[in-house]
Design a protein around this ligand. Structure first.
Ligand SMILES: Nc1ncnc2c1ncn2[C@@H]1O[C@H](COP(=O)(O)OP(=O)(O)OP(=O)(O)O)[C@@H](O)[C@H]1O
Ligand SMILES: [Mg+2]
Length: 368
């Protein structure tokens, strides 16, 4: 993949997974002596190890990308080795996109074959389009055809990703049914077809909360194995995820490392989990739930933003005042209703909690 496509030789702000973790993928490929399905860069075992992390025989440490039940990853990876496509389902911020990118990178060495699903996704994004200048100059032919990422994946025997499948209009979704069941993409204009090469598969992601926007037809759903990505089971697991991702993001953004950030990370995660679940961690106090999702992904951005504040305007140590504004912004989405939820939580829970006085004051200062 040409990562210098910007022509300046500058570093990408967000490198593709296969570039960011190229050394791990290389070490895994070298260590991997298990059978690989056609066109796979790694065996299913090595793909799962890439996602879940581990230490290889040569001592290479593979960082965990997904923190969660091992079985989920095993089911996802083995699905890709069959003729069924994979649907990653879950509430916002449960790493659906993240997992699909890493799966494509590990299986096919390329995570860039991507269709972004929106209400305006046209059929060309799933099938093919035409380069009209060529079409007019030379008439219909394969040179004038602009393949979609799906068509390219079929021809190359690679993994294609479809983001936010349920947002795509129903008629465009229907185009996927033929592709997934026949493994063929007809081009009636040319009297030709593209047949999928072995190794082709598709990973779609969909958001629980969007369900109903364009509910999947049962015909399409039957073409998929569905894997539901859960919210982190425990606060410790969630703290672990946030700490890891914040550390990675901080390095890409050149933020100085913040060694004592863990206490504030735990606080952000605690607040998010309590508000999400509607009850305090000790189970004693019921609290109201705000309208936003308060996902792990949002906790990651609150902490990353806090670190930027601490680095540029503070003394480099993450303090309650650096996360307070971010938390408030994440919780209060609906200015009327969520403000009440937050005020009640602040007075009933934060104010009374041992060691949370600084945080309480910081929250009062930024109160809307
Ligand atoms: N269990 C987890 N393990 C590792 N990272 C996680 C986990 N849960 C969330 N994350 C992190 O959360 C961030 C957001 O994840 P991602 O964008 O993939 O969510 P999503 O499920 O696609 O959300 P949306 O429905 O909004 O598209 C990523 O940086 C990812 O690393
Ligand atoms: Mg996503």
């Amino acid at each position: 993949m040409d990562t210098q496509g910007n022509g300046t030789g500058a570093q990408a702000l967000r490198p593709h997974a296969e570039d960011a973790f190229a050394h791990e993928l290389k070490a895994l490929s070298a260590a991997d002596d298990r059978p690989r399905p056609p066109r796979w860069k790694l065996s299913p075992w090595a793909v799962a190890t890439y996602l879940l992390g581990g230490t290889l025989a040569d001592g290479t440490a593979v960082t965990p990308k997904y923190v969660g039940p091992r079985r989920i990853v095993e089911v996802a990876v083995s699905t890709l080795a069959t003729d069924r496509a994979l649907l990653l389902l879950g509430v916002p911020g449960t790493a659906k996109t993240w997992v699909s990118e890493h799966l494509a990178a590990a299986v096919s060495g390329d995570s860039t074959l991507l269709v972004q699903g929106t209400a305006g996704t046209p059929e060309e994004a799933v099938r093919y389009g035409w380069d009209y200048a060529r079409l007019l100059a030379r008439g219909p032919g394969r040179e004038a055809l602009v393949p979609s990422p799906v068509m390219r994946a079929m021809a190359e025997g690679a993994t294609v990703r479809v983001e936010e499948l349920t947002r795509i209009p129903a008629d465009v979704q229907d185009a996927l049914i033929t592709i997934l069941s026949e493994k063929t993409l007809p081009i009636p204009e040319l009297g030709q077809e593209v047949q999928a090469v072995r190794g082709f598969n598709l990973i779609a992601t969909a958001n629980d909360r969007d369900r109903g926007v364009n509910d999947l037809s049962s015909a399409l759903r039957r073409r998929f194995n569905t894997v539901v990505l859960p919210l982190p089971a425990t606060a410790d697991a969630e703290v672990d995820i946030v700490a890891r991702r914040v550390d990675q993001l901080g390095r890409t953004l050149d933020l100085p490392p913040a060694p004592d950030a863990l206490a504030e990370i735990r606080r952000v995660v605690t607040v998010f989990r309590e508000l999400r679940e509607g009850v305090t961690g000790d189970g004693r106090t019921r609290v109201k739930t705000p309208s936003g999702t308060l996902s792990t992904a949002e906790a990651i951005s609150v902490v990353t933003h806090g670190l930027a504040l601490a680095a540029h305007f503070g003394d480099g140590v993450l303090r309650p005042s650096d996360v307070a504004a971010g938390i408030l912004g994440a919780v209060v989405r609906d200015p009327a209703a969520d403000r009440v939820v937050w005020q009640e939580y602040l007075e009933a829970v934060v104010r009374e909690r041992d060691g949370w006085q600084d945080f309480y004051r910081a929250c009062r200062e930024v109160a809307p």
